[in-house]
Write a protein that binds this ligand. Structure first.
Ligand code: PGA
Length: 251
């Protein structure tokens, strides 16, 4: 059985003070019995504080992006090795905001996936269609293209060492969630795409849903057979909301 995963994506939010308060809330509320794996992906600069507060707890942490390079003259970049230096477990790769605002191509995303794995990080690969793409009926083509780029570059076995997150762009930060049926349809498609390359990888790989997931809709979404957890933006910034989503993922 796939262990559910709930990962918070804080994006570019918070201050040292608010991060400390949020982590304190998560630590005290997570409880001893949580069958889901739980993680927070912090802005780079708050990762040391996050490590200090979460070390020894059941909550893992990670980054929101990574360089394709190991080191060198790449001003402003953070390498996978630097993330593992602060005991990061996960890293988000190819989030739609990076694709849209930083021009990240499918090829670059695939290179980032490889760099993350090479350093031992577990990449959370984001895929998903825009509203325009959904309305044009090309959701599956878009998701297939994004996924295949990584499978072709890294090989299916390496993809199986990561996590996939389906995040319809039109549902991110908009309060508009994909219905459980809409989400399940694409999740099943993603799993089928993995299965076309390896049934074992398809069976074992976690596919998360992301896009306005919150305490109200989490349980229904996560009850779908191919939804193995969530990548949570807005609702991960409040300890109570994030913990409620984590609870909904327990099996
Ligand atoms: P949201 O963001 O939960 O605020 O919609 C999810 C994400 O972008 O990862």
């Amino acid at each position: 059985m796939r262990q559910p995963l709930v990962a918070g994506n804080w994006k570019m939010n918070g201050s040292r003070a608010s991060v400390s308060e949020l982590l304190g809330g998560l630590k005290s509320g997570i409880g001893a019995v949580n069958t889901a794996e739980v993680a927070v992906c912090a802005p780079f600069i708050y990762i040391p504080d996050t490590q200090m507060q979460l070390d020894g707890t059941a909550i893992k942490w990670g980054g929101q992006d990574v360089s394709t390079h190991e080191s060198g003259a790449y001003t402003g970049e953070i390498s996978a090795q630097m993330l593992t230096d602060f005991a990061c477990h996960f890293v988000i790769i190819g989030h739609s905001e990076r694709r849209a605002y930083h021009g990240e191509s499918d090829a670059l995303v695939a290179e980032k996936f490889t760099a993350a794995r090479a350093a031992g990080l577990v990449p959370i690969l984001c895929v998903g269609e825009t509203l325009d793409e959904r309305e044009r009926g090309v959701t599956e083509q878009v998701v297939a293209r994004q996924l295949d780029a990584v499978i072709e570059h890294c090989g299916i076995d390496l993809v199986g060492e990561g996590v996939v997150a389906y995040e319809p762009v039109w549902a991110i930060g908009t309060g508009k969630t994909a219905s459980p049926e809409q989400a399940q349809e694409v999740h099943a498609f993603i799993r089928g795409r993995l299965a076309a390359n390896s049934q074992a990888v398809a069976d074992a790989t976690r596919v998360l849903y992301g896009g306005s997931m919150n305490p109200k809709n989490a349980a229904e979404l996560m009850a779908q057979p191919d939804i193995d957890g969530g990548l949570i933006g807005g609702a991960s910034l409040k300890a109570d909301d994030f913990l409620a989503v984590c609870k909904a993922a327990n099996r």
